[in-house]
Design a binder for this molecule. Structure first.
Ligand code: FAD
Ligand code: NAI
Length: 465
């Protein structure tokens, strides 16, 4: 009898399994794919970041070394090797999860996990034949999400692809059309634009990233991406796409007219849906909500005793580090350890260049909630390290309560924004004030000084501007 069976080995599931093992639980983690690590390690965060890093190096070699006095002559692209590098990074990390399971004595089992009842998970093959039956006291559902398909523009996996397909192109397309100026569209659109493709992004909303980032950041990001070569058609509703002899013809409504655009590849990045196929939820009478998500309470308990859910399959942002955090808290609660997830202090990063990073409330959200706030802002161009790097676009913006000075939100666009936001997430977790950051020593010369100066600006006392 297991103490807990985790279904799904993404960042939510594998981390929950390891934490459970640390707490002396007997634990199994069932994964339907041949490797562990879920969307994030296999077809998500990691391969996309490998291609983002490599393609950015290509841009640096082509456009940025010269200013640093490094002449390297003509630069050429070896896309096959770039893809090999990505594969090596992925295989190293998925093998790392297997190693961690062995080290922590987690039983990693391959097959579909199907819930037979509250205390039984059947492991089946792809045909639904039961291979193994696991008895357990608790079940954690961590089955993640899948790309949404746009009706009328169904994936053919050749010309019309999801993010997984776009990570696996064998050649750089001449023209890539992307549906959705969300995170996937901007990250993968950037990769192929950097490598020489013409990239056109069709977005339904009037702004990129649909309110996910502070508008100041989204607007500046759009200007920068445009300079980099990405073309945006906003307020464009895509209604369908057809493939004709290797050319994709995408139809969209824009400015009151129906228009078409041709490309050799179409990436559909319009969001993801929770994945509960073949999970056997009907066997325990557990229903999903209208969006297909499994509802849980603050302790990640579903409506069925002993059955929990975490990660992309529950409502909320779809982020790997959030899934991990939920996995840890869920297992600790099962063991009677106090804990919760503070959703206001979860950072969100878009790994374009420059990076975009956010934690807490946006200015629009504070306005809508009628909160009185102060703003502190500091530009990269006034920072010595940013100048030495030669990358001075962007700023940090801190929003603090007008009365208490508590930090309510922070937003960064610029080099290493994803790392800089960590300090502000920790600050928010500890309910810090902007004064706390302003009075803390930040090493010189670092980009982190931009955060300190933005905190000083909340009370109008920047020192270097
Ligand atoms: P998943 O990682 O989706 O894992 C679920 C696992 O469960 C899968 O392996 C699946 O095969 C398995 N499974 C499903 N059903 C069953 C079953 N019945 N039996 C057995 N196994 C089953 N997030 C970030 O924070 N940062 C990023 O940079 C980032 N980049 C991304 C880039 C891309 C291209 C994509 C697509 C996503 C990205 N994400 C990123 C989102 C991130 O990948 C997800 O939020 C995260 O993987 C969710 O973790 P999870 O454990 O809930 O689910
Ligand atoms: P998304 O929700 O971020 O963006 C989808 C975009 O598509 C929206 O802006 C929406 O308005 C637009 N759209 C929808 N239907 C449309 C239509 N018919 N025509 C035109 N535009 C349309 O979803 P995305 O980019 O697919 O990402 C999925 C999830 O994966 C996100 O929730 C994200 O959290 C996660 N992810 C996270 C990353 C990160 O943390 N860096 C990187 C990549 C993905």
């Amino acid at each position: 009898m297991y103490d807990v069976v985790v279904i799904g080995s993404g960042p939510g599931g594998y981390i929950a399994a390891i934490r459970a093992a640390q707490l002396d639980m007997k634990v199994a983690c069932v994964e339907r794919y041949p490797t562990f690590g879920g969307t994030c390690l296999n077809v998500g965060c990691i391969p996309s970041k490998a291609l983002l890093e490599s393609s950015e190096r290509f841009v640096e070699a082509n456009e940025k070394f010269e200013a640093h006095g490094i002449d390297i002559g003509e630069v050429s692209l070896n896309f096959g090797q770039m893809q090999n590098h990505k594969e090596e990074v992925v295989s190293g990390l998925v093998n790392g999860v297997k190693y961690l399971f062995d080290k922590n004595e987690v039983d990693g089992i391959h097959g579909w996990g199907r819930i037979a009842d509250e205390n039984t998970v059947e492991v089946t093959d792809d045909d639904g034949e039961v291979q193994q039956t696991l008895e357990t006291k608790n079940i954690i559902i961590a089955t993640g999400s899948k790309p949404l398909e746009l009706p009328g523009a169904e994936f053919d996996k050749e010309c019309i692809v999801d993010s997984t397909g776009a990570l696996e192109f064998e050649d750089v397309p001449d023209h890539l059309v992307v549906i959705g100026a969300g995170v996937i569209g901007l990250e993968l659109g950037s990769v192929y634009s950097r490598l020489g493709a013409d990239v056109t992004v069709l977005e339904y909303m009037p702004e990129i990233l649909g309110g996910r980032m502070d508008s100041d950041v989204a607007r500046q990001a759009q200007r920068i991406f445009k300079k980099q070569g990405l073309e945006f058609v906003l307020e464009a509703e895509v209604t369908g796409a057809e493939v004709d002899d290797g050319t994709v013809v995408t139809t969209y409504n824009h400015d009151g007219e129906e228009k078409t655009i041709e490309s050799d590849k179409l990436l559909v990045g319009i969001g993801r849906r929770p994945f509960t196929d073949n999970l056997g939820l009907e066997n325990i009478g557990l229903e999903t909500n209208d969006g297909g998500f499994i509802e849980v309470n603050d302790h990640f308990e579903t409506d069925v005793d002993g059955v929990y859910a975490i990660g992309d399959v529950i409502p909320g942002p779809m982020l790997a580090h959030l899934a991990e955090h939920e996995g840890v808290v869920c297992v600790e609660r099962i063991n009677g350890i106090a804990g919760h997830v503070n959703y206001d202090a979860v950072p969100d990063v878009v790994y374009t260049h420059p990076e975009l990073a956010s934690v807490g409330k946006t200015e629009a959200e504070l306005k809508e909630a009628g909160v009185d706030y102060k703003v502190g802002k500091f530009p990269y161009k006034a920072n010595g390290r940013a100048r030495a790097i030669g990358d001075t676009e962007g700023f940090t913006k801190i929003l603090a309560d007008a009365e208490t000075d508590e930090i309510l939100g922070a937003h960064i666009i610029g080099n290493q924004a994803g790392d800089l936001i960590a300090e502000l997430a920790v600050a928010m977790e500890f309910a810090s004030s902007s004064e706390d950051i302003a009075r803390s020593s930040h090493a010189h010369p670092t980009l982190a000084e931009i955060v300190k100066e933005a905190a000083l600006d909340v009370s109008d006392r920047t020192l270097n501007l």
